[in-house]
Every structure is written in structure tokens, then in C-alpha cells.
Ligand binder design. Structure first.
Ligand SMILES: [Zn+2]
Length: 345
């Protein structure tokens, strides 16, 4: 919960004189554990199952901020259909037995039951996703009765391709250059500043270590690794995360103010778990995503949506309130609500 004194503290901190930190440690951004980055062949969903209308759900895929859509069972999987019309994702509900006759192992785990706006919401781990829904359906049934997976049909799986082949530096460089020159990047630069060096590619050793992005304070440089990412959402998020580190380095008082009231991440698989510096950068990157999503949403549902972000990465709420005081968000539709604190405290 955000109380007025805290917001004032944040406002004061953001206006405080800049304090520079002399840290030269490399920041390395990794995919969420369990996120398979190995390129797998298309086609997607073969043969294609038909998803029915489904239940409303928010899905955080591969550690990314949540996307809204619907979730529907199909065979031995659930199918997520994003509200924005993006590609379907199929999550198998169990692991195939290692040998014939062996029992199926459920892939669903209940993470948390939280208070939603008007009803409880359930958070499940499923594969590389966290699913939030008020209608637990088949996920709840498997958690309460794991043996049910024996009755399920074919476990459809979604295939993923990386944005560039792992060693195709020409394509990867073009992708990074396009991103660096995009309107999205301009928004980030307006908030977090522009690195001294052009945004580049994570080096061979970093890639071998599975790094999706890096920020090197001593060189003020950001690097990304499109050859290890499976979506432009992942690429954009990695840039926001690294630039957030850049901003935190030169605004340590604001960072300290955010960190002082930041509850820890409870999900051990979430990036930033037991690492407050990483959590802070993630919270800012989640806040950037939320503020982009909430432009056209009325204040009250936006506040409810922000709680969903906060459940995944605690600290996102205060990070969003802080960013709303930046000139880059001067015309954001939520600014008047936050000023009057009508629905936010
Ligand atoms: Zn980081």
C-alpha cells in the first residue's frame, strides 16, 4: 500500500541532488529460471488445437511483465490467448513419462492465493510462466488432485524461435540497432538517460553464460543478446532493465528510497529473488511496462492491474508512482489520479 508520506518521500528523493556511485561491477541480466532459450523448430502448436473462449488470466511468461488474455484447457495443456491478438502459447500440464508405464508428473504448482479486487486470485507456476486467475479451473484441479493428469489427453507444446540464430551477429546487430532507434527506446532514454556507447551485443562469453543483457557502469554501456531471446517483448524488457540500472547508478537516493520500502520477492524462480539491486531494476522495468499498458485504462482498473504487477515483482507500485512524476509521463492519463491519490492509497 502506498501512503501519502511515502509518495512525498519518493517525490523528495527524486528531486534530491544526484549522488553518483562509483560502481564498476557488471550487471548481467538472465532469463527467469526454467526459461528455455534453446531455439526449437516451428511449427507452433502442431497440430493446432482449438481453444475455446477460456477464462480471464494474466500470464507472466519467461519472467516478463504480465499479459492479459484467456486461458482454456485443450487436451493435456492449457492454451493462453493474449488479449492483444498475439500468438497463442500452449503449456503442457504434465511431463511425459521417461519410459512407458511410468506415471505422469504434474507441471502445475500453486504459488499463492492473493486478495484480488473483489475475489481471491490464484497464482500458479506452470512451465516458464506464472499464471494469475480468479478461475483456477484445471490448474486448481491438478494441484488438489495430481492424479488427474493421468486422464488428460495430448500435451500440446508451443515451439519457440530465437529472434536471431545464436551466432548470427549481423542479424542480432540489426535487431539491436532498430530497437535502439525506436520510439520505445526514446521513452526509456527520456527517463533513464542515454548510455555513452551505442547499444551493442553481449559478448561470446556472456552469451555462453546465458546472459540476455548487460550493463557495464565503468563504460556506461548496455549490451543485449537477441540470439538468446524468443520475443521482442523480452528484448524490450531487457533494455528497460539495463537502462534502469544505469539510472539507479546516478540516482542512488531515489533507489535507496524505493529499496527501503520494497518487500522481498517471495517467488524463488522470479528474477531478482534475494537480490535487491536486481529486484529494483526489475521493478522499474515492470513499471515502464505497466505505464505503457495503462495509458488507456481508467484509474481504478489500472490500480488493480498494478497490484498484479506488484505481486510478481514487489516494488513495482512505488516505481510506477515515482516514474509518473517524470516529465516523460507528464501527460499520462493516470497523473491526475495519482496527484489526488483518489484510488492509489
Ligand atoms: Zn540487472
Amino acid at each position: 500500500m502506498v501512503r501519502r508520506p511515502l509518495l512525498l518521500l519518493l517525490l523528495a528523493a527524486s528531486l534530491a541532488a544526484l549522488a553518483s556511485e562509483d560502481s564498476s561491477g557488471l550487471d548481467a541480466y538472465f532469463a527467469a529460471p526454467g526459461d528455455s532459450l534453446k531455439p526449437r523448430p516451428a511449427p507452433l502448436l502442431s497440430p493446432a488445437p482449438t481453444a475455446n473462449a477460456g477464462s480471464p488470466a494474466l500470464v507472466s511468461l519467461a519472467g516478463l511483465p504480465p499479459e492479459s488474455g484467456t486461458l482454456a484447457p485443450s487436451g493435456g495443456s492449457v492454451i493462453f490467448r493474449p488479449a492483444d491478438g498475439g500468438e497463442l502459447t500452449a503449456f503442457p500440464l504434465f511431463d511425459q513419462p521417461a519410459h512407458p508405464g511410468a506415471p505422469r508428473t504434474p507441471a502445475v504448482r500453486l504459488l499463492e492465493v492473493a486478495n484480488g479486487e473483489s475475489e481471491p486470485v490464484f497464482l500458479f507456476h506452470l512451465r516458464n510462466a506464472v499464471i494469475e486467475t480468479a478461475v483456477p479451473g484445471i490448474l486448481g484441479q491438478i494441484v488438489s488432485e495430481p492424479a488427474r493428469v493421468a486422464e488428460l489427453g495430448t500435451p500440446w507444446a508451443t515451439g519457440w524461435l530465437t529472434l536471431a540464430a545464436p551466432n548470427d551477429d549481423i542479424t542480432a546487430s540489426r535487431i539491436v540497432r532498430d530497437l535502439a532507434q525506436s520510439a520505445y527506446a526514446d521513452t526509456l532514454y527520456a527517463m533513464f538517460g542515454v548510455p555513452e556507447r551505442p547499444i551493442g551485443l553481449v559478448g561470446r562469453r556472456g552469451r555462453a553464460a546465458g546472459r540476455l543483457g548487460e550493463y557495464l557502469p565503468s563504460r556506461d554501456s548496455v549490451s543485449l543478446s537477441p540470439g538468446q531471446m524468443t520475443s521482442s517483448a523480452q528484448l524490450r524488457h531487457a533494455l528497460a532493465h539495463e537502462l534502469a540500472h544505469r539510472w539507479l547508478r546516478s540516482h542512488s537516493q531515489s533507489g535507496d528510497a524505493l529499496a527501503a520500502v520494497m518487500p522481498p520477492i517471495r517467488d524463488s524462480l522470479r528474477y531478482g529473488f534475494r537480490n535487491p539491486d536486481e529486484q529494483l531494476a526489475e521493478a522499474l522495468a515492470f513499471a515502464v511496462h505497466f505505464l505503457s499498458r495503462s495509458k488507456a485504462i481508467p484509474a481504478r482498473p489500472a490500480a488493480a492491474l498494478l497490484e498484479s504487477y506488484e505481486r510478481l515483482v514487489p516494488g513495482t507500485r512505488n516505481a510506477a508512482l515515482l516514474l509518473l512524476t517524470f516529465p516523460a509521463y507528464e501527460h499520462h492519463s493516470l497523473v491526475p489520479s495519482v496527484r489526488s491519490l483518489r484510488v492509489w492509497n
